[in-house]
Design a protein around this ligand. Structure first.
Ligand code: NAP
Length: 407
């Protein structure tokens, strides 16, 4: 039996549960039973109903505050899953890890812990749990989404099959989708805006180089999307890649944004609506960014109107494995928003995160990846994960480029 409990009923949780249900029909030994728990049970019920209608598989639903460790531990003990898949928000990572330790359950997530009062995504809070997971014989897999997640698996696949060493690595994240709204974020607005408004950081010759947010821009022609402006940003996999690809001279992360998104964000920042410190409004404290989230469209509501594609991948330059000198490879996935919606009722940003979360869970539950302690995705054999990407909706392609990026 390999029961799984998913926590979080947003777009990512929805895709992961739909994909787990698809697999449970053909390989019940991997996902023998699926439960989903979240703060709002009605959202879990809606996902379970969609899964039942599309696949015939029954998913059990529960309400839970994942920051309440005793209540969460009691729920996990009651359900008895082998693995908890955390698709709630980064704020809940540590409490869910605590409940997993208390109940002897393996753990997986897609985003590293962030304290609420500081937009600081760093792994050290979760790496500090390594010995406690190891002592209990449990495994925690961090960052099994697309970025972080697939982008790190892509890197390790290139290191296994194409490049002996990686000198430079650029991760290019393009969402060429159009949702028809003047301004909306394609995943949780609070987390998305905290990420985008944080200073940019890239790794250069063994140290972090910090630049103001959204100030370094390049234009890149993305297959399936066309030319887009992309901005240098900090993204959490740069920290684990710096650790697990120690020879890299330079690691950078780029994300595309349209002019309308930048204009809206600039105004919102200028008027203080992206602040994460409390302000007093009508006698009570509110966090402006949390209020903004409440008035923006829910990302999970954008699926039915979103058209276009995402194109996310890595360009890596280094010494070729076959001894033929320095080579550059581009490895990426292109995902269609409408196809993703047709299959799961969610747009491609949720899809490209939920599928790798399901695959990471399958790696753990099937025993393809195992270990005791806290691990990043770079620490495992990329081949079985890459194989599942091809078979479960996120096919990838790799090609050699004429030379390194010119910027
Ligand atoms: N690695 C990647 O590539 C990648 C990409 C995109 C997103 N992500 C991560 O994926 C996660 C989910 O994203 P999303 O877009 O699905 O977000 P979302 O739509 O906001 O969904 C988050 C869900 O978590 C629930 N939740 C929040 N606080 C909770 C608590 N204390 N207890 C229980 N449930 C709680 C929410 O409940 P309510 O519905 O009641 O609010 C909601 O159902 C986030 O951590 C995000 O950072 C990773």
């Amino acid at each position: 039996m390999s029961k799984v409990l998913v926590i979080g009923a947003g777009g990512v949780g929805s895709v992961a549960v739909h994909k787990m249900a698809q697999i449970s029909k053909v390989q019940p030994e991997i996902f023998s039973h699926i439960s989903i728990a979240s703060r709002t049970k009605a959202k879990c019920d809606a996902i379970a109903e969609s899964v039942r209608a599309r696949t015939g598989v029954t998913v059990d639903t529960y309400t839970i505050d994942a920051e309440d460790i005793p209540a969460l531990s009691a729920l996990i003990a009651r359900i008895g899953p082998k693995l908890v898949v955390n698709l709630a928000l980064p704020y809940q990572d540590l409490t869910i890890m605590e409940a997993c330790l208390a109940t002897g359950t393996h753990y997986l997530d897609t985003a590293n812990y962030e304290p609420r009062d500081e937009a600081k995504f760093e792994y050290h809070w979760q790496w500090a749990y390594h010995d406690r997971f190891r002592e209990k014989g449990l495994m925690a897999l961090l960052g099994s989404g697309f970025d972080p997640g697939v982008t790190s698996v892509f890197t390790m696949w290139l290191k296994k099959h194409k490049l002996k060493t990686i000198r430079t690595l650029d991760i290019l994240d393009c969402n060429g989708g159009d949702h028809g709204q003047p301004f909306a974020t394609n995943f949780n607005p609070e987390i998305n805006i905290r990420e985008v408004t944080a200073p940019a950081r890239h790794w250069l010759n063994g140290a972090w180089v910090e630049t103001p947010a959204m100030t370094i821009r390049e234009n890149f022609d993305f297959e399936g999307v066309g030319p887009k402006n992309m901005y240098l940003m900090y993204h959490e996999e740069l920290e684990s890649l710096a650790r697990f690809v120690p020879e890299a001279e330079r690691l950078r992360f780029w994300m595309t944004f349209g002019d309308a998104y930048i204009q809206h964000l600039t105004v919102l920042q200028n008027v203080g609506m992206t602040r994460i410190d409390p302000v007093i409004y009508e006698g009570r404290e509110i966090i402006p960014l949390q209020f903004l989230k409440a008035v923006l469209p829910e990302p999970s509501s954008l699926g039915s109107t979103t058209t276009g594609k995402t194109n996310i991948g890595n360009i890596a330059t280094g010494e070729a494995l076959d001894g033929s000198g320095e080579k550059t490879f581009y490895i990426n996935n292109i995902c269609d928003h409408e196809d993703a919606f047709h299959e799961t009722g969610n747009q491609a940003v949720s899809y490209t995160t939920g599928v790798p979360a399901m695959i990471g869970a399958a790696m753990m539950l099937s025993g393809a990846w195992s270990g005791e302690g806290v691990f990043n995705i770079e620490q495992f054999d990329p081949d079985p994960f890459m194989d599942m990407l091809n078979r479960h909706g996120l096919p990838w392609q790799v090609k050699e480029l004429a030379g390194p990026l010119q910027f």
